[in-house]
Write a protein that binds this ligand. Structure first.
Ligand SMILES: Nc1ncnc2c1ncn2[C@@H]1O[C@H](COP(=O)(O)OP(=O)(O)OP(=O)(O)O)[C@@H](O)[C@H]1O
Ligand SMILES: [Mg+2]
Length: 275
């Protein structure tokens, strides 16, 4: 457990990430007015909301890609303030983007180790920046088989891989690097039924490894299948969090549209969000 500084709240061991009252404007557009989330260790949190509700902006703040105007974040018991994506990576947060996840011309191993290549164990070769190909291949194979990702060879380029395999590889990379939190923005949006099922199963395995997952999806059936809880956003605010066991897909849609009352007051008429 992380020791807490005098005068601060003691760290809560079962909370992986806490974001409170995050706000972000783009000129007159309020992308985030008041977004909050408590993510527990080893849980899958669904994040839902209508188009323009602020989901992607919230994820970008959590992954260090967007600096918020206000609000607080605590990761693993320590306050953090991300200025760039590498800050979030260092704090153990990996984000899997839908399209930018992998480099086409590189192999599965190269993609898994992209930007973090392991140098050769031989001290002379290390000086020449020669990488430890064998070691990286072995570790990649281990992680992929541990996760049940079916890839014929880790050495061929990922160009010919299916969308599902690519998504799985990107998720495996997060696990290989020991990330505690994995953020997925609509990972199954472009996938077929079978491939979506594979990705959802992999998300379940991440949870089995104690990793916390935030998953944005517009597919309520998939969400209730894989998520433990769901956070609903409306007009830049998080308006409700529910245990998935306590809601139906229709109930979640009701919260998204406003047919079901929110847990917090929502000043709908003061929003300047333009779609
Ligand atoms: N870089 C930007 N510049 C200006 N406005 C932005 C920018 N990024 C987001 N916005 C605005 O902020 C609001 C929230 O956008 P965001 O992309 O976070 O929504 P979302 O919930 O992810 O929507 P979707 O479901 O369509 O992906 C929108 O009104 C959007 O137009
Ligand atoms: Mg989005």
């Amino acid at each position: 457990m992380v020791p807490s500084a005098p005068g601060t709240q003691p760290a809560t061991p079962d909370v992986a990430l806490q974001a409170s009252s995050i706000s972000r404007r783009y000129g007159a557009v309020v992308a985030l007015a008041d977004a909050s989330m408590t993510l527990r260790r080893g849980e899958v949190m669904g994040l839902v909301g209508d188009n323009g509700a602020g989901k992607s902006t919230f994820l970008k703040v959590l992954s260090g890609a967007v600096v918020p105007d206000g609000g607080e974040m605590v990761v693993g018991g320590s306050p953090v303030s991300f200025r760039r994506p590498s800050d979030a990576l260092e704090a153990g947060i990996e984000t899997v983007y839908q399209d930018l996840a992998l480099v086409d011309t590189m192999s599965a191993v190269q993609n898994v180790y992209l930007g973090r290549e392991e140098l050769s164990k031989n001290p002379f070769l290390r000086l020449l920046n020669v990488v430890n190909d064998g070691g990286m291949r072995k570790r990649s194979r281990e992680v992929l088989s541990e996760l049940g990702v079916g890839i014929q060879s880790v050495n061929v380029s990922v160009k010919g891989m299916s969308g599902g395999q690519r998504q799985c590889l990107a998720i495996a990379r997060a696990l290989l690097w020991g990330r505690q939190i994995v953020i997925l923005d609509e990972p199954t949006a472009a996938l077929g039924v079978r491939e979506s099922a594979q990705v959802l199963e992999l998300i379940g395995r991440l949870r089995d490894h104690g990793v916390s997952v935030i998953l944005v999806s517009h597919n309520m059936q998939q969400l209730v299948q894989v998520a433990d809880r769901v956070t609903v956003m409306r007009l830049g605010r998080t308006i409700a969090t529910r245990d998935v066991a306590d809601v139906t897909p229709e109930g979640i849609v009701g919260l998204i549209t406003g047919a079901v009352p929110a847990d917090v007051a929502t000043p709908e008429d003061t929003s300047s969000v333009v779609h």
